[in-house]
Design a protein around this ligand. Sequence first.
Ligand SMILES: *[C@@H]1O[C@H](CO)[C@@H](O)[C@H](O)[C@H]1NC(C)=O
Ligand SMILES: *[C@@H]1O[C@H](CO)[C@@H](O)[C@H](O)[C@H]1NC(C)=O
Length: 732
Amino acid sequence: MHRTGKLAMFLQALCGLLLLAGLVAAKNDVKVLTVATEENHGLERFLRSAKIYGIDVEVLGKGTKWTGGDMNLPGGGQKINLLKEKLNELMNSGDKEKIILFTDSYDVLFLASLDDIVKKFHAFPDTRVLFAAEQFCWPDTKLATQYPKTEVANPYLNSGGFIGYLPEIYEIVNYKPVSDRDDDQLFYTKIYLEKKLRESLKISLDHNSAIFQNLNGALSDVQLKSNSSTETWPYIENVVTQERPLIVHGNGPSKLTLNHFGNYLAKAWSASEGCALCAEKRIELKDDKLPTVMMAVFIEQATPFLEDFLDQVLTTDYPKEKIHLLLRNNVEYHETEVDDFFQEHSKKYATAKRIKPSDFITESEARNIAKDRCINSACDYLFSIDSLARLEANTLRHLLSSGYDVVAPMLVRPGHAWSNFWGAVNTAGFYARSSDYMDIVYQNVKGVWNVPFITNCYLAKMSVFRTPATKSVTYTKEGIDPDMAFCASLRDAGIYMYVSNELDFGHLVNPETYDISRTNPDMYQLFENKMEWTTRYLHEDYHRNFDEERKHLMPCPDVYWFPLMSTRFCAEWIQIMEAFGQWSDGSNNDKRLESGYEAVPTRDIHMTQVGLDRHWLQILKDYVRPLQEMVFTGYYHNPPVSIMNFVVRYRPDEQPSLRPHHDSSTYTINLALNRPNVDFEGGGCRFIRYNCSVRDTKPGWLLMHPGRLTHFHEGLLVTKGTRYIMISFVDP
Ligand SMILES: *[C@@H]1O[C@H](CO)[C@@H](O)[C@H](O)[C@H]1NC(C)=O
Ligand SMILES: *[C@@H]1O[C@H](CO)[C@@H](O)[C@H](O)[C@H]1NC(C)=O
């Protein structure tokens, strides 16, 4: 018993060893070859996918000059010649049963191990060489008629991938001389179409994409499964042939689709693991070895809340001695503000340069200047920021440590799907939506995404732009916007651009309605740029009104007192009224009213006159109504209605006070806009029934009291200066 047990164990171990030896042999028996004459992002991605699946690839032609034609035009004979050289060498070493797997590189990804690929190859009956197949007969469409008649998904040969035995492939590549500039696909196609050769060499096509999936023309056949319930890692499925391809090729115009798939495939990302590729690429920033960055700031259009933007430039979390500042402003309206900023802060930076409106430099020229200055100097990165981009202070550091060469922080208009990237482009080069665009925008998926267009803010590593292949990168192209020209030239140069939504990096402001003919135009941006607006104009203690333990101030019976708007709001609000200047004459005749008659007239300006009525009603709805509901419980009216919204001006030589009266309202609000005993003397409001006055009003603080019956009141005499208040009769 004992002995046989040992023997069995021994035999088992032996079998294991033999099996292992067999596997190793199988691996050595397959040679994986590709051609790449330059190192670029496509090659990097291809080699990574090989590494993920444990595939050793030999890259042919590295460092040699590519003479095989433009990548987008016919050509590629050089690939055959490089392959021929290698196969001659292998034939001499004599292993006749060696398997060769050849693929293109820049637009190809491995999706499986070599064992899986070879297994599927062996499953093809009577086949010694298997070529990829596609839907288009290319480059010579006339040859389509010469193909053997088959009803299949992919009838025609594609030379971007093939697998087969060494002797047969050797014979194929040596069949005829081929010039570097000849088309490789045409060369292989002609051999395949010779029936005798096809049969003697046992050449087949992978019509169903069992191994090779070409994406051109097949986009509706191929589905990316990025969140399967059974598999951790995303994969692609050909839903027509029911195959799960093992090698994917973004041939022809499908390169951008491959870029999209590449965000997920080859274990780049998964729903459970997140962005594995991001983790691989991340590098550590060492504080004593921080790269030098050119921060190129572009103010190309009148921009809401520019002051906040300049502040953000200044407070970027990065040592200024490591930053070359290039400050470009092309908006005369902003020039004083920008110039003040530059005079005050430029000396803090390593270097600083200005481009002014008076320099008459176009946007694309200005952007090229920034890029070229950075390329031609000791500058490691270009960090380009448009004035619409509002960033968290740590954005630059995060992007630098991401390890990506060209990467934008994802920025979105709050509450909208408008962002600073496109998920796809259409054939005309304009915006198209990708299937995952909304998931990225809403951060349902997080990671760093290869996309065809980025704008408004991005980091670019300059070493990538110092190669011959990238000489053509430019912001200038007739008839299209500079950012579109830039991204198109990056795509042409094979430079990948990415958008990161790993963190909340900030957002975009919306300049669409920004009207610089207004006084204080930011004040009018409540709807388009609410985030900036509330930060600047809402009272800093507004939200504390709702604290549980807060005791509400009640200076007179049922008269409540709340902090509502900031002092800056008050000052700018007054400036808008005074700039408008058409105060009413204080008579009973008032053409602004439907009735034409005002019983208790004041010197005032209505919000309808300065284009702020919609804004003020929104303030009532969003910020005043919740206060009312809190203190006058049980009364709900949403949205509050108010027809009379106006600023009143009291001064001794005009109208210094207002006689006792009732307001025609359910409740009245009275917002103080300036300071008693500083801007004016006297003034205040007296509630007659209670013999109670409020005199020590505070700018930005709101008095709220019932209208009509109980709160008969008067405006007290102003003896000096000018007093301004903002009044609404709510729910008349
Ligand atoms: C993936 O699918 C699961 C279950 O259907 C879902 O709960 C999850 O949100 C999905 N994740 C992503 C990133 O789409
Ligand atoms: C109202 O109050 C003031 C002081 O607060 C007082 O001097 C005055 O006599 C009061 N008037 C009436 C009618 O009670």
